[in-house]
Design a protein around this ligand. Structure first.
Ligand SMILES: Cc1cc2nc3c(=O)[nH]c(=O)nc-3n(C[C@H](O)[C@H](O)[C@H](O)COP(=O)(O)OP(=O)(O)OC[C@H]3O[C@@H](n4cnc5c(N)ncnc54)[C@H](O)[C@@H]3O)c2cc1C
Length: 292
């Protein structure tokens, strides 16, 4: 779409650092392409280089994570499996995916992305990595499955980065820690933050001011529309960490009896709270904040 809209695209080009003007504002990047080094000047730079963005760090913004705020993920594309293609399946449990979950996301009739995410501080404990949890699950659940592709990586599951703009630069997607703190899903949020950032950059260029102050319109919009929920979601996440497997089973039991049209996130919480009053104590701050 960017190409169709007239953007010039360069593939297999690795950004090696950012360039700055005398006053320290970012005004371009250097990159390596087909064995040669180049410099590209820009009115604004948008860092979309994923988790623990180097582009952000070169610009002076700390994009690193605490290990508690990441999940380590491994995923296979598996064919020749028996699934219901209309449903995404999620499996939770301390034994099968500690501090995370396993997903089966259908990609067709007999084919699905099957993956696992586990807590960053848990990975490696007892010598077990995310891929080991995934192998155990696939072997047990889909013994006849054929593994066609593998992806491994890390996803942010904490609050948004507090600083997502600087002079001449904006951070989006995983670079800005914009994945959902419970699910780790980051594609939709990366698209929203990309759009918000692009619009702020266009406006900055139009008025001839791409300072952090002018670009902070992006930060405000992100916080107002999406980011403000992250703190609450992080607290729910911390509450969920304390759930026993038995508690998850009881919650699932309650939710499975809800009419499907009522299965929204807020309604689910309300229903579970009604049946599991013990949770009221755990999540009282959310109720006091009027969030559920
Ligand atoms: C196994 C796994 C499964 C996932 N499944 C889902 C899912 O089902 N749904 C969902 O919503 N989210 C999912 N996620 C999370 C999702 O992938 C990310 O949130 C999303 O891709 C973030 O998009 P992004 O564009 O910010 O970063 P990325 O997708 O990480 O893209 C960053 C890009 O920048 C490039 N790059 C990095 N450094 C440089 C450099 N110096 N120069 C040039 N290019 C550079 C990288 O090569 C990469 O192509 C999953 C993550 C993992 C690890």
């Amino acid at each position: 779409m960017a190409g169709d809209a007239g953007a010039e695209l360069l593939v297999k080009a690795r950004v090696t650092t950012v360039t700055k003007s005398d006053d320290g504002a970012v005004n371009g990047v250097t990159f390596r392409h087909s064995g040669r080094d180049y410099t590209c000047k820009a009115k604004t730079v948008i860092a979309a280089d994923g988790i623990e963005s180097q582009v952000a760090r070169w610009a002076g913004i700390d994009s690193t994570h605490d290990l508690r705020d990441v999940d380590i993920c491994a995923q296979y594309l598996v064919s020749n499996i028996d699934i219901i293609p209309d449903y995404c399946d999620f499996y939770v449990g301390r034994e099968i995916a500690p501090r995370g979950y396993i997903w089966v996301f259908p990609k067709g009739k007999n084919i699905a992305n099957v993956g696992v995410g586990i807590g960053g501080t848990i990975s490696g404990k007892g010598g077990k990595l995310a891929i080991d949890y995934l192998n155990e699950f696939v072997k047990r659940k889909f013994p006849d499955g054929r593994i066609l592709a593998q992806v491994v990586g890390c996803v942010p599951v904490g609050d948004s980065l507090p600083e997502i703009v600087g002079d001449g630069i904006l951070l989006i997607g995983d670079a800005a820690h914009h994945s959902d703190p419970i699910s780790g899903g980051g594609i939709a949020n990366a698209m929203y933050s990309g759009q918000f950032a692009a619009e702020a950059a266009v406006e900055g260029i139009r008025i001839g001011d791409v300072s952090a102050k002018a670009l902070s319109a992006y930060q405000t919009r992100w916080n107002d529309q999406i980011g403000k929920h992250f703190k609450h979601i992080c607290r729910i996440r911390d509450g969920l960490f304390k759930f026993s497997d038995d508690m998850f089973d009881r919650c699932a039991d309650v939710i499975s009896k809800m009419p499907s049209e009522k299965v929204t996130m807020t309604q689910m919480f309300k229903t579970v709270l009604k049946h599991q009053p013990r949770l009221l104590l755990e999540l009282r701050h959310l109720i006091l904040a009027g969030w559920v």
